[in-house]
Design a protein around this ligand. Structure first.
Ligand SMILES: *Cc1c(COP(=O)(O)O)cnc(C)c1O
Length: 495
């Protein structure tokens, strides 16, 4: 069965998977969605016998139907290899009565690696398939983790360049150091004097800027996106939910068909949307527990049906979730609007002009599978300290937000199903927040002293990603305002 892609704001025209990956965003400003969600091709029992790579092929080939078997297997082989520090790629760890699905074993120790190690390969194959000879310029706004993971994926990939914009004062010191030390002759990092939403909005604007697009085409460049709006990121993220279920089944923790809960620390709504697609493929998931930090726009949305970004932007210890415009929610809105793209477009236009929209009771009714809640900074720190004290397992602040929210869900509902928490970053990426959750005795230490202390306390090896930046020199120091971003891009590309 061929799966095509259409825009959430379009009038039904379709493109192939490789075209959708190449374009990133639809020219009408909408996001690409599959015309149909394919069903899992094999039984859960059969899937439970597969390796991560084999399972990735099963899931991804159902969505990317214009890729040949050879092309897709080659992409998968190049992505999920020894860059990951475990053969399992996405191992499950049982602690504190739940299963943590560890998505941080890749090159940059955050879950973005799961999709961004394969996206560059999907994109270069897509370019070849569509006879695209222009150089692909990846423009990316990052709240901290995407930028580094995207650069690690695209560095020195022929035919591509990558420009990353990050909020200068909105990422952790280690996240910043990881980015500004990035090697590769085709990588560019720019700090902006604004927050993530400013960066993301300006990037989206550049994609829609027809004059800029024409200038680029003239100079032999084509913009594309590595942000989680690209279906080339969404599809690889479905894999690990299926893999988690398959692993639980293989180990006898659940029976075939038994439902599980999935808990996701959420920012741009990409990770949790992948879980939603996994359920539609036939994976037995009961509910999607959407965890937010103090930027609780999604919690308010699930409780009231009103999405309202008109509020203070709060910097928290989980910076990758400091987001007020969750771009991928548009795909869910489209779905619950009965795939009515004009309705979806209206709501998204209201979001950009008034900063808010309200869904109908009918649409809200279709969100029953979602549970939203949030964790304050104090609650997040308490969870890190408690779980460490009771189990010796250290959670990063994003995962701790999810664990806190799961605790609230359980307390409110008395639920007893097995729960999988998407564990999205290594604690080594957020050492200062993690260590200060344990008490203020570590406050005077430098970031790398904290790394060593964390190593001593947990006995877990310091990841290569951290060792690498200890002594690396700063290669990128450009800082601009959000308004200056298009000029910075032109300067970088020499046009
Ligand atoms: C990006 C990120 C998230 C949020 O994921 P979304 O797909 O944007 O919802 C959560 N935790 C970490 C560590 C991340 O890097």
């Amino acid at each position: 069965m061929e799966i095509l892609y259409k825009s959430t704001r379009g009038n039904g025209e379709t493109v192939t998977a490789s075209q959708a990956i190449l374009q990133g965003l639809s020219p009408d400003g909408g996001l690409f969605v599959p015309t149909e969600i394919p069903q899992l091709k094999k039984s859960l029992k059969e899937l439970s016998l597969l390796s991560y790579q084999e399972l990735a092929y099963q899931v991804m080939s159902s969505f990317l139907t214009d890729f040949t078997e050879e092309e897709l297997k080659e992409c998968i082989g190049k992505a999920y290899d020894s860059k990951f520090d475990t053969e399992e790629i996405a191992p499950l760890t049982e602690k504190d009565g739940v299963y943590f699905l560890e998505l941080f074993h890749g090159a940059t120790i955050a879950f973005k690696d799961m999709a961004l190690s394969i996206l560059p390969h999907l994109m270069t194959v897509s370019a070849r398939k569509n006879h695209e000879h222009r150089e692909i310029v990846i423009l990316t706004a990052t709240s901290g983790d995407t930028g580094k993971a995207a650069m690690a994926g695209f560095a020195d990939v022929p035919g591509t360049r990558i420009i990353v914009f990050y909020p200068k004062n909105g990422v952790s010191p280690i996240q910043e150091k990881q980015m500004v030390t990035q090697k590769g002759s085709n990588t560019y990092v720019v700090g902006i004097t604004g927050n993530f939403d400013d960066a993301q909005t300006a990037v989206k604007r550049m994609f829609h800027d027809q004059k800029l697009g024409a200038e680029l085409a003239e100079a032999g460049f084509l913009f594309s996106s590595a942000n989680s709006i690209n279906i080339g990121r969404l599809v690889p993220q479905i894999v690990y939910y299926v893999y988690a279920y398959a692993s639980l089944l293989r180990k006898g923790n659940i029976q075939e068909g038994e439902k599980i809960q999935v808990v996701v620390p959420t920012g741009n709504f990409g990770n949790i949307l992948a879980a939603y697609y996994a359920k539609q493929m036939g994976l037995p998931i009961e509910r999607f527990i959407c965890a937010s930090n103090d930027n609780k726009v999604l919690y308010d949305f699930f409780s009231t049906g009103v999405y309202d970004r008109n509020r203070e932007f709060i910097l928290t210890s989980s910076p990758s979730m400091d987001i007020l415009i969750s771009s991928n929610l548009e795909r869910l809105i489209y779905r619950i609007a009965g795939e009515d793209s004009s309705r979806c477009k209206e709501l998204m236009e209201a979001l950009s002009s008034q900063g808010r929209y309200e869904i109908t009771p009918d649409m809200k009714e279709q969100l029953k599978d979602f549970y939203g809640n949030y964790a304050s900074e104090a609650e997040t720190a308490e969870t890190i300290a408690r779980v460490f004290k009771e189990t010796g397992y250290m959670l990063d602040p994003h995962t701790a937000v999810a664990a806190t929210v799961y605790g609230k869900f359980k307390a409110q509902t008395g639920d007893s199903l097995l729960a999988v928490i998407a564990s999205t970053a290594s604690p080594y990426k957020f050492t200062r927040s993690v260590m200060s959750a344990l008490g203020d005795q570590y406050n005077d230490m430098t970031d790398f002293e904290l790394v060593d202390k964390l190593n001593q306390l947990t006995g877990t090896a310091v990841p290569k990603a951290i060792e690498e930046i200890r002594t690396a020199s700063v290669l990128h120091d450009r800082v601009v305002s959000a308004e200056e971003m298009p000029a910075a891009v032109k300067e970088i590309l020499g046009i």
